[in-house]
Write a protein that binds this ligand. Structure first.
Ligand code: NI
Length: 154
């Protein structure tokens, strides 16, 4: 078990476009395992590789229905719309209302390179979109309609 440092807003790695994962080896599995530990300790719902300084296209998430490891993810369907409060482990104590699809379908590879599909609605859809954005160097603030004032968080 290893906890990795979560990169904060302002670090240039968060603004870069990540490259695809091509090797499904022990190095990848260690990264995924470390990211799981890091996400648990940080008490978040999603963590993308660039947030731990790795510029590869993968993220992990758990919105309460089990861990998903998404490698080379691609959103293949977007439906509807939702406006909800969103935050990011790389932007501590900052929250804003974003415009996201209500439902998405994602195609991704697992840690062995096998393709799978997952459908998410509500929070799960938001999370898939948020983490996918990280792989293109986009923070949630770029999607924010309105940032929340600290007084609204109490
Ligand atoms: Ni984030």
């Amino acid at each position: 078990m290893a906890i990795r440092n979560i990169v904060k807003e302002g670090d240039e790695v968060l603004a870069k476009v990540c490259r695809p994962v091509t090797e499904f080896n022990e190095r990848l599995w260690t990264l995924l395992d470390d990211m799981k530990d890091t996400l648990e300790v940080a008490d978040g719902v999603g963590l993308a590789a660039p947030q731990v300084g790795v510029l590869r296209r993968l993220f992990i998430m758990n919105v309460g229905d089990g861990l998903i490891e998404a490698i080379n993810p691609e959103i293949v369907l977007r439906e509807g719309e939702q406006r909800e409060v969103e935050g990011c482990l790389s932007c501590p104590n900052e929250f804003g209302i974003t415009d996201r699809p209500m439902k998405v379908r994602m195609k991704a590879q697992d840690r062995h390179g096998n393709w799978f599909y997952v459908t998410g609605e509500g929070l799960k859809a938001r999370c898939i979109c948020h983490e996918s954005d990280h792989l293109d160097g986009v923070l949630f603030k770029a999607r924010v309609i309105r940032m929340l004032d600290p007084s609204e968080l109490a």
